[in-house]
Design a protein around this ligand. Structure first.
Ligand code: ADP
Length: 499
């Protein structure tokens, strides 16, 4: 279907509609005027013809009708041809009898129609012996018949000629006018559309297209792009405002990036500085636990164990932070590429998490064929970390009697690992943010889960460092399905280059 999805198309349609209206109305007015003029001319011409030809026609009849019908026919037709709008002529005697009808002129000798009489109204027009005009009852300006009397040399009135006027010529005229108008319209239309679209295109559409391209580039992250338009109108103002907006955006983004860099540096320094005291605390607590066991009460020992477990959480957080900063900085340099079997890693994880499932009363299924190998090129401990993170989450966010299952599929170029659960799910608004650093879905904050919002971010960094993809499909209250892909180790696979 024709869609008005561009300004150019809209202009063409608008111009066409306007031109159609203008040409339609003016064509109609011109045709009407022309028709009435032609009708008037035709009427005058028919009257003049009747006036001038009555005598010669009648005299021809007197001379040749009885003695030489062929000659009569010849002269009659000659005279009749002078006015093509007269389609038929009759001779009617004073009794109303039709003594000749031009319709029958084709016959070799005129037989006449002995008993063919005109009606009373027509007879009166004959008897009046004056020129009489009959008009079309539907159109009073349309003369349809003329009664013209013939007087012989002696002044007697032997018959009247009846002329039938035809307006076929007008119809032909209208058709010619309409044809000419359409032809003119087409030529004019093509010219006007070309002129308008070129000028509108140059004046409005091209600058708008350029502006559109600029905004597309800006939205694609090319904040340094600018546009120079010198149209001297609102479009130039719009272009200037867009340039200013891009400038402001670019500045804000530079500032944000600097802030982000500072934040990352701060996290990096803080994590490094925390690492040593936290390790010391762990050693000291281990020392205290061994030294004081049996010497202090069970309650006091529990306090030390609590401190130890908090210290353990702190150590994990610091490890995650250090992991992120190095992954972000080093990207693939950190990934040690080697061929390995993905199925083996999934099986290892399945053993560990299978035990966890029993404790949590969760059904755990692993859907991989036992004998097939899935060889990929990558860093096994890092891939193990991704599977671990996804399984941790699946168990963490699935309640008792739920299910978690792992599956492995393949496409021509990739292996795809999927970890699905029947847990709390993630809302549509949260899904796009779920792989961001420190992001935890707002709806889970009401649940009592521990988390740092880093596992998915780290997983994403690792998968992308392997040239893979990671994504999620989820429905709140129904469960989540996390998948990641890794390129197959094919005979010609290039070893990913460090960037
Ligand atoms: P953490 O689990 O430590 O909070 P993650 O980066 O692993 O951090 O996950 C980020 C957030 O994503 C979680 O806080 C949770 O809101 C959501 N999430 C991750 N996995 C699941 C899952 N299987 N089911 C529901 N929500 C999930």
């Amino acid at each position: 279907m024709f869609k008005l999805n561009s300004l150019r198309k809209k202009f063409i349609v608008l111009v066409t509609v306007i031109l159609l209206i203008i040409f339609g109305v003016s064509g109609y007015i011109v045709s009407l005027d022309n028709v009435s003029k032609t009708r008037k001319n035709l009427t005058e011409q028919a009257i003049a013809f009747a006036k001038l030809s009555t005598k010669p026609l009648a005299e021809t009849k007197e001379l040749y009708f009885d003695s030489g019908y062929f000659k009569f026919k010849e002269v009659f037709l000659e005279i009749q041809r002078l006015d093509p709008s007269i389609k038929k002529i009759q001779f009617i005697d004073v009794n109303g009898k039709i003594i000749f009808d031009s319709d029958k002129i084709g016959e070799s000798s005129y037989q006449g129609s002995d008993n063919n009489f005109v009606d009373q109204a027509m007879l009166e027009k004959v008897i009046s012996a004056e020129p009489e005009y009959v008009y079309n009852p539907k159109n009073s300006s349309e003369l349809v018949e003329i009664f013209y009397p013939y007087f012989s040399d002696w002044g007697s009135h032997p018959y009247t000629l009846r002329y039938f006027v035809s307006y076929d010529e007008i119809k032909a005229n209208i058709i010619t006018i309409v044809e000419q108008t359409i032809l003119l319209f087409i030529i004019f239309f093509i010219f006007v559309v070309l002129a308008i679209t070129t000028s509108v295109g140059r004046l409005i559409l091209s600058p708008i297209t350029k502006l559109n391209k600029l905004t597309q580039k800006i939205s694609a992250g090319k904040y340094g792009e600018r546009i120079q338009l010198k149209t001297g109108d609102e479009i130039e103002n719009l272009a200037n405002s867009t340039n200013k907006m891009a400038e402001k955006l670019e500045q804000d983004i530079i500032e944000l990036k600097e802030l982000d860099k500072l934040k990352d540096e701060f996290i990096d320094i803080a994590a490094h500085n925390f690492r040593t005291p936290v390790t010391h605390i762990r050693f000291d607590l281990d020392f205290l636990k061994t030294k004081l066991t049996g010497k202090i009460s069970a309650k006091e020992l529990d306090v030390i164990k609590d401190i130890d477990s908090s210290n353990e959480s702190l150590t994990l957080l610091i490890d995650d932070l250090l992991n992120i900063t190095t992954l972000e900085k080093e990207k693939m340099k950190l990934v040690k590429f080697q061929p390995f079997d993905l199925t083996a890693i999934i099986k290892e994880a399945a053993d560990i998490y299978g035990r966890n499932a029993k404790k949590k009363n969760i059904t755990f299924k692993v859907d991989i064929s036992k004998n097939t190998k899935a060889e990929v090129l990558g860093d096994p401990p890092k891939v193990r970390e991704v599977i671990g993170n996804l399984l941790d989450n699946a168990f963490k966010f699935t309640k008792d009697k739920g299910s978690v299952w792992v599956s492995l599929k393949e496409s021509p170029k990739e292996y795809i690992v999927t970890i699905e659960d029947t847990g709390i799910g993630i809302s549509e608004e949260e899904i796009p943010k779920i792989f961001e650093k420190f992001h935890r879905a707002t709806d889970i904050l009401t649940y009592d889960y521990e988390g740092r919002g880093l596992g998915l971010y780290i997983s994403k960094l690792i998968v992308e460092a392997h040239n893979g993809r990671i994504w999620v499909e989820s429905k709140i209250g129904k469960g989540s399905k996390f998948s990641f892909s890794l390129p197959k180790n094919l005979p010609n696979s290039p070893i990913p280059q460090h960037v």
